[in-house]
Design a protein around this ligand. Sequence first.
Ligand code: GLU
Length: 508
Amino acid sequence: MSNKKVRVRFAPSPTGPLHIGGVRTALYNYLFAKHHGGDFLLRIEDTDQKRFVEGAEEYIIESLKWLGIEPNEGQGYGGNKGPYKQSERMGMYRQYADQLIESGHGYYAFDTSEELVDIREKANKAGVSSWKYNHITRNSMKNSLTLPKDEVEKRLQNGDPYVIRIKLPREEDVRVNDTIRGWVVVNTKQMDDKVLVKNDGLPTYHLANIVDDHLMGITHVIRGEEWLPSAPLHVLLYRYLGWEAPEFAHLSLILKPTGKGKLSKRDGDKGGFPVFPINYTVPDSGDILAGYREAGYFPEAVVNLLAFLGWNPGTTQEIFSLGELINSFDLDRVGKSGAKFDPDKAKWYNQQYLRMKSNDFLADQFAEVLRTKGIDVDRSTLVKSVGLLKERAVFVEDMMEGLYLFEKPTSYDEKTVKKKWKDQTPGIMKDLGDKIMDSEPFVASNIELIFKSYLTDNELGMGAVMPNLRLLLTGKGMGPSLFEIIEILGKKEMTTRIEEGIKRITNG
Ligand code: GLU
């Protein structure tokens, strides 16, 4: 790597919500920039106004913000190489197309779209499935290479519609050195003379992309592998314009959980997991596409899991804070093959992060959830409760499972009643409850001691007592430590629940 300051960009087109594949591209750019002490830019590529979607740009910015991987320059962030939105740079591109024409690497083409459709159809009928405008066919088309000079002049002066195409050499190996894949060699005979300026005078993606990367001083282009086929064309454009090309790194796809094909929105719908960072409201239908944020994921967990979809640190460590990722990340450990998305692993990540959160933080978050359900719990009970509930939760919402800590059970797990509740149970429960009342201080460890000595003294097995006490106190057949639950409930609540529970269960 040269010693120029690293400058990378994330260059999404605002055509809809950002797929997590795009988010991963942004993340790798961010990590790479930070690792090398460089800049991370956001450029909005909206040359194709037909595909422009209102709100998509804001969605992108909000997503990056939520994930904590914000650019330090670019659209919405400022900088001295702007504007950073291509529709605001329209005057900047044409001169480079003209430069290509002058140096013999570009030409005007006057063929109408009807003519092009027609020739493609004819080729199709003749068995040529993918007709290309290239070094052979261009010789029989209407362009500044075939038409007499004065006719070209006349057409230009008349304002006849035209496009500007790149003029590719006949047969030449174009070599692209991809940091992830190594040398990729494509012969120009497999390529076509791509349009650089459209008949409305606006640049295509290819021209705008390389002009902007050059003018913005981009040193490394890190993007999805769907752009790999365009890389040879981009390399030639840099060469013909006399510019140094950036280094390229094309990231492999994120694959479906089955490993067959690209992860799609449909896979998410089927498997019940989001494929977008935050909720997205489809402008026309008002439909909502699910996002990680609203599904209850922590941004750090999403960053961590996305980092691992295509990269590994070469060790067994799986949990990485953003800072640790910045330290460890580099392109040499990014894999060539596609990374399978594993929804269970995604949840696992969230669970790990949830467990690492402080009880105070979780209490705040859980209080929000409870508030939406109209439940108000005092702070110290809440902090203790989340400490207990977090062991069994993947998302903060899951802690609703422990609602019994704040509200009396409304029903009793039938299976447990059937299997464990015996004629002598009410007597044992009352007796045990009385003993536990004596626990001083009323804390889990003490309660546990009393509970256990009660079992020994009365020659009772754990299995005959514990599930029934849990049933009375929580209504459930399973859950976290019962002694902790009793501590949180307190003496009075415990006794009431035992009494009421016995009545309700024995009366069926
Ligand atoms: N605008 C392109 C996209 O939406 C970016 C391609 C690139 O990064 O060069 O994916």
